[in-house]
Write a protein that binds this ligand. Sequence first.
Ligand SMILES: O=C(CO)COP(=O)(O)O
Length: 254
Amino acid sequence: MRKTIVAGNWKMNGTRESIKTLLDAITDRAMKIDGLVTLVCPPAVYLSQVVDQIADAPVAVGAQNVSEQSKGAYTGEWSLEMLQDLGCKYVILGHSERRSLFGESDELVAEKVAATLEAGLVPVLCVGETLGQREAGDALVVVNSQISATLQRIGIEGFASVVVAYEPVWAIGTGLTATPGDAQEVHAAIRAQLAEKDAIIADNLSILYGGSMNAANAAELLAQQDIDGGLIGGASLKADEFLTICAAAAESRK
Ligand SMILES: O=C(CO)COP(=O)(O)O
């Protein structure tokens, strides 16, 4: 059975104080429902604070990135072992901001996914096309090739423990959202690509949508057959918006 996952990617935002306030509001009202995961991904420097504050609340914690290296002379990086040590369960990998601003290639992202699986954490593998690629009619080709790079590295069995997030680059932080139909088309194409290798693994894979998802548009997106949750940026910084999306996700499981 697929999990429904609502993940807040806080990106590079917050202070100790603002994160405490936001998290208090989320943990107060987070729902404990079988198969529903509420996930927050704070900036790395605040991971420890967030893990401590969550205590027994039904909220999981993820990092926004990790090194593929295990330890040593990698100034500015952090390792999977460190994330494990903190009690972090998920890692967002291959976000389009990492790909475009920090030069992360498909191959590097695949390497990070493999290392994350090996460490027993759950990778949230992000894929998505640019506006130019969509306008050229290449959205599915681009997304399928991003998935292929990781598939080659970890094999289909690896996808039994991966979460995929489809985030069209043109929808991130722009207020433009993919129509439910367009998003569903890409989600179905990702699932079909993996189903060619293993139908059961593909069917159990959670595929999240990201890109200007908010309290107003979440229910319609989440109602799509192959949309199993959201990876939320801006709207995850407001507790009410985020919790409304979580409630829509809970409703979509019924
Ligand atoms: O990049 C995103 C989540 O990873 C989406 O960001 P927005 O929700 O701000 O568009």
